[in-house]
Design a protein around this ligand. Structure first.
Ligand SMILES: [Zn+2]
Ligand SMILES: [Zn+2]
Length: 447
């Protein structure tokens, strides 16, 4: 990684700080040698060491997988009411994809355009059926990658084939709608194409030349290019898929109202991480092999990357800060009046009832605030003893890598320390003390 960053630096290019931080923060994720919490069962005294996680949202396989499970469960348990659901997927032609990958605001705008056009369709059809004022809802997932880790920004939406209106006693009534026709899909797409292009033009994103001194543009262009070498496949005409000007809209996947497991699966699919750790292996020649979840139509089962290509792909898919990848729209929006009434009936669950650890029990460490550390180790599964079922509590936090390694040695726990290798490559003059993407060769913790 340091070689990759230095190579770019030699060429006079710098990745934005948020990209470098995401890469660096990932390195110590889950490593006991970099710090941990000591967690002990109150009943049987059994002790556990829990490593910190990076909480990365771009590509860390374990952090992204945890977020996927949590969010999908939250959606199914707390947000999405019983209704027939349909998945809508919109993908873009190359220049649009590139513009959206580079501009986080434009990417969320383009998602809102799609949502508003689907809502327009739903409202119009509801009105025709005599339900004026009924409201649609949707949850959107923006994915910035394709299955080969290629830059492929597209939107997945989970939308009820239904609208909702206020019922008696602050309840909500569901009005089911028929599946969209192909003509309706084509009309939705035509408006989406027109409005998206207008939006990009008004933001000055289409005329812009790719600035080759800007490392992010370069890695994004490289990551996108990988998919453009081949001629486009001719898709069979499908009932729920339409294309226009390189944009394509699909809405073929739909679920029965009581298919809750299917709904959770659909949400997990929209939230899935770019790759799973177990699909990556080192090849003998130093390349990194990514086994695909499913072979491509032309039979490709795996892709091999040089380290530079691999890091290029990862850098290109890091979302800009403060850009939301999951969106709640219409009746599912946080402040929507109907959202409460629509909440699925609560499951009976035992509250975890976790007491906050008492301050005096805790050996406080420098640098990271307590709350941040707790957030990085807490997950419910860790707080219940697997020996006796009793509750566990945090008895100490060790956040300093040096001290962590000493404590591990004392406890006789085997560990593999994180080694950040210095950059290989041509000698260059780098001022490592200057602030910038290359500051410090050690993992960066968020302050
Ligand atoms: Zn126990
Ligand atoms: Zn992580």
């Amino acid at each position: 990684m340091e070689s990759f960053l230095e190579e770019l630096a030699c060429e006079g290019r710098y990745l934005p700080r948020y990209v470098v931080e995401e890469l660096r923060r990932f390195l110590p994720c889950g490593l006991l040698s970099e710090g941990f919490a000591r967690v002990q069962c109150r009943t049987c005294g059994d002790e556990l060491l829990v490593a910190f996680s990076c909480k990365g949202r771009a590509f860390c396989p374990s952090c992204c997988a945890r977020r996927m499970s949590d969010t999908a469960a939250h959606l199914v348990d707390r947000v999405l009411p019983e209704a027939p659901y349909r998945q809508w997927v919109l993908s873009y032609p190359y220049p649009v994809k590139l513009a959206l990958a580079r501009d986080g605001k434009a990417a969320s705008q383009s998602c809102k355009i799609l949502v508003s056009e689907i809502f327009r369709l739903h409202r119009r059809r509801a009105k025709k059926a005599g339900h004026r004022g009924a409201q649609p809802g949707a949850v959107s997932f923006t994915q910035r990658f394709g299955s080969k880790l290629n830059g492929h920004l597209h939107h997945h939406l989970v939308v009820p084939d239904a609208v909702f209106e206020e019922g008696e006693e602050c309840g909500a009534r569901r009005v089911d709608l028929p599946p969209p026709t192909r003509d309706e899909l084509a009309r939705v797409l035509a408006r989406v194409v027109r409005r998206t292009m207008e939006m990009l033009r008004s933001r000055g994103l289409l005329e812009e030349e790719v600035d080759l001194d800007d490392a992010l543009s370069l890695v994004q262009a490289e990551a996108l290019q990988s998919t453009c070498g081949r001629a486009a496949r001719v898709r069979p005409l499908r009932r729920f898929a339409v294309d226009q000007d390189g944009f394509s809209l699909e809405a073929g996947t739909h679920l029965h109202p009581n298919d809750r497991p299917g709904l959770e699966h659909l949400c997990r699919y929209g939230l899935r991480p770019p790759f799973a750790q177990h699909r990556l292996t080192w090849l003998g020649d130093g390349r990194i092999n990514l086994e695909l979840r499913r072979p491509t139509p032309d039979g490709v089962q795996a892709v091999a990357f040089t380290p530079r290509q691999f890091l290029t792909r990862l850098s290109a898919i890091v979302p800009p800060p403060r850009v939301h990848l999951t969106g709640y729209h219409g009746v599912f929006a946080g402040r929507a009046r109907l959202r409460r009434a629509l909440r699925p009936p609560a499951k009976i669950e035992e509250a975890p009832g976790e007491d906050p650890p008492r301050q005096k029990d805790v050996q406080r460490e420098r640098r990271l605030p307590w709350a941040e550390l707790l957030e990085r180790v807490f997950h419910e599964d860790v707080m219940v003893c697997d020996k006796c079922g009793g509750r566990r509590r945090v008895i100490a936090i060790v956040a300093d890598p040096k001290q962590a390694r000493e404590t591990l040695a004392e406890l006789g726990v085997a560990f593999e320390p994180l080694v950040v290798r210095k950059a290989r490559g041509p000698p260059v003059q780098l001022d490592l003390t200057a602030p910038g993407p290359l500051d410090g060769l050690h993992p960066v913790y968020p302050d």
